[in-house]
Design a protein. Structure first.
Ligand code: GLY
Length: 354
């Protein structure tokens, strides 16, 4: 089992290992003051894992209630949030009680947001069951729902009390859902270090997921500790996301997040190299690694459509937009460019050279 400390306020740990869903009660016993836990699951994770989680929590003396919502990004809205909040109130959860998010990014974001606003904030625990949630969204305390105007436009920062990642849950993921998480993991490799990136070139996501998740979580923990509220360095974690979010928007949110981020990462890598921002050749290596992990490396949407979609993103500030760009493996930087320079930038990276 791996244990990664996150020294935020309050501090917590990311625990990673096989079978944690059967040990969650024991682990949470000393971490949570209240004896009631509301487990929030979706229609995929509920039938698969709720039984084992409930049994472990009850064995440890917790009283458990559970709320299940329809799986998918389409549920990440005010209606589901309101249903969850009404459920917590009907169950009479108090300020010492907790929420446990059992699922992928949608569940974690939405259950976390519910915990952030219910009674002005109660504790919550993340139990990520997808690779994407394990390597990225469960760590760092970002919670949100989508608005009609765009993804994650209403939310709050609230660090979880713990992140418990049962690596056995990853074995039931369909290949395209697993690949979705690979995109965020590869992004972390580009940001953090050559050694981690090389693991993705060697297929280690499949052979040593625990080690890979621990390294991704450790990198993210460091960034979040230094910049909890995304005032500076944390914006680097948006590598590939400016174009990625634009692709998701152009697809009407039918393209999975990680797939869109992969294509966005390919675009920004090619653009950075073409504009002379990289320390040397870089794009082909990133693109090859994405493709080897069954991820898209190009997009059907035009540079004009992508630029227009990107400019309504929350990363825009007035007439400028800040973009994370790769310099070399293990070194990325933030560039703030005038909005009119975004279209030429996307054009420079959109051109498919493979
Ligand atoms: N997913 C990027 C972040 O947590 O900041």
């Amino acid at each position: 089992m791996e244990r990664i400390p996150v020294r935020t306020s309050p501090p917590y740990a990311v625990e990673i290992g096989p079978g944690l869903r059967r040990q969650c009660g024991e682990i949470l016993n000393s971490l949570l003051p209240g004896r009631r836990i509301a487990v929030i699951a979706d229609t995929h994770t509920g039938p698969l894992y709720l039984g084992a989680v409930r049994e472990s929590l009850e064995d440890a003396g917790f009283s458990v209630c559970a709320y299940t919502f329809p799986a998918g990004e389409g549920s990440k809205n005010f209606t589901t949030l309101s249903d969850i909040l009404e459920f917590l109130a009907r169950q009479r959860l108090t300020r010492t009680d907790s929420v446990l998010a059992l699922g992928g990014g949608v569940t974690g974001d939405m259950a976390g947001f519910a915990a952030a606003v219910y009674l002005r904030g109660i504790r919550y625990v993340q139990m990520p069951t997808t690779l994407l949630a394990a390597v990225d969204s469960s760590v760092g305390g970002k919670t949100a729902i989508d608005l009609q105007a765009g993804k994650n436009l209403a939310g709050a920062f609230l660090q979880p009390a713990a992140v418990l990642c049962d690596t056995e849950c990853l074995s039931t993921l369909p290949p395209e859902v697993f690949a979705d998480g690979a995109a965020e993991a590869i992004k972390t490799g580009v940001l953090s270090d050559e050694g981690l990136f090389a693991l993705f070139e060697d297929g280690a996501l499949h052979t040593a997921p625990e080690q890979v998740i621990a390294r991704c979580a450790a990198y993210k923990a460091g960034v979040v500790e230094r910049d909890e509220r995304e005032q500076g360095e944390r914006k680097l974690l948006n590598l590939g996301h400016t174009v990625g979010h634009a692709i998701e928007k152009c697809s009407g949110y039918t393209m999975p997040h990680g797939h869109a981020v992969a294509a966005g990462l390919a675009v920004i890598a090619r653009a950075s190299e073409a504009l002379g921002w990289t320390a040397g050749p870089l794009a082909d290596r990133i693109v090859r690694c994405l493709a080897a992990n069954r991820l898209p490396i190009r997009t059907e949407y035009s540079p004009e459509a992508l630029a227009e979609a990107a400019l309504s993103d929350k990363k825009r500030a007035g007439d400028a937009i800040t973009i994370a760009v790769p310099v070399e493996i293990g070194r990325c930087t933030l560039k703030t460019i005038p909005v009119e320079e975004l279209l030429p930038l996307i054009r420079a990276g959109w051109q498919v050279r493979e």
